[in-house]
Design a protein around this ligand. Structure first.
Ligand code: 5GP
Length: 226
């Protein structure tokens, strides 16, 4: 077996269905997940070393100063970061590694690891995103509004991603398969076309990944958060 793991960065707003899709993805092949470090409090059911490495701000900043973080951000008042050593090890062992991180961190990874593949997972529409956040019924109106605003802001960076994959409601397995196809294809060639403008490349790859025609992909990208 040829061992040539890829660094796959997946971002998506709250309500994009990231968590479920990634669970399905891990059933499809031997991906490795990079467990991030964070200073936020664990939520019910979260375990240290599984969901995150939970640490104090002081310990986190010591790791940053020691160069132990591949990237980190301060997000909603807490630090989140990707630990360098486990990621290096998993990649050198030949595994594809999934980083599930927000947009600023993803763009830092792109800067430092141009060979990383950035995938933005989106709900089918802004209205659907709003509906999913409300159905969860776990957040106050204020927090829902904040998350929607944040999603709009994050969507401005979609152009920096290599792919946009639409997670249609109830289609998490299919979405996971699309991510898997992208990861496999990217293992063997860098599929970013340098001869077409960035926007056109994203439109073409979005069409291909979601099996829609280019016009539909372009409309989706133009209208998504406008
Ligand atoms: P949550 O607190 O809901 O688990 O995560 C909040 C946000 O932080 C999510 O968008 C998640 O993708 C992002 N995140 C989690 N770990 C990391 C990390 O290591 N680096 C960066 N940049 N973002 C992260």
């Amino acid at each position: 077996m040829i061992k040539n793991g890829k660094l796959i960065v997946v971002s998506g707003s709250a309500g994009s269905g990231k968590g479920t899709v990634l669970k399905e993805l891990f059933n499809l092949a031997e991906y490795r997940y990079s467990v991030s470090a964070t200073t936020r409090e664990p939520r019910a059911g979260e375990a240290d070393g599984v969901d995150y490495y939970f640490m104090t701000r002081e310990d986190f900043l010591i790791k940053v100063a020691g160069g132990d973080m591949l990237e980190y951000v301060e997000y909603c008042g807490n630090f989140y970061g990707t630990m360098r050593e486990p990621v290096d090890k998993m990649l050198s062992d030949g595994y594809s590694v999934i980083l599930e991180i927000e947009v600023v961190g993803a763009l830092n990874i792109k800067e430092n690891f141009p060979e990383a593949v950035l995938i933005f997972l989106s709900p089918p529409s802004y209205m659907e995103l709003e509906r999913r956040l409300r159905v969860r019924n776990s957040e106050s109106e204020q927090i829902i509004k904040e998350r929607l605003e944040k999603s709009k802001k994050e969507a401005e960076s979609i152009i920096e991603y290599a792919y946009l994959v639409i997670n249609e409601t109830g289609e998490q397995k299919r979405t996971a398969f699309e991510l898997h196809c992208i990861a496999e294809a990217e293992k063997y060639e860098n599929r970013t076309r340098k001869d077409v403008p960035r926007e056109q490349d994203l439109i073409l790859k979005t069409a291909e990944a979601n099996k829609i025609d280019a016009q539909k992909a372009e409309n989706f990208l133009r209208n998504y958060f406008s």
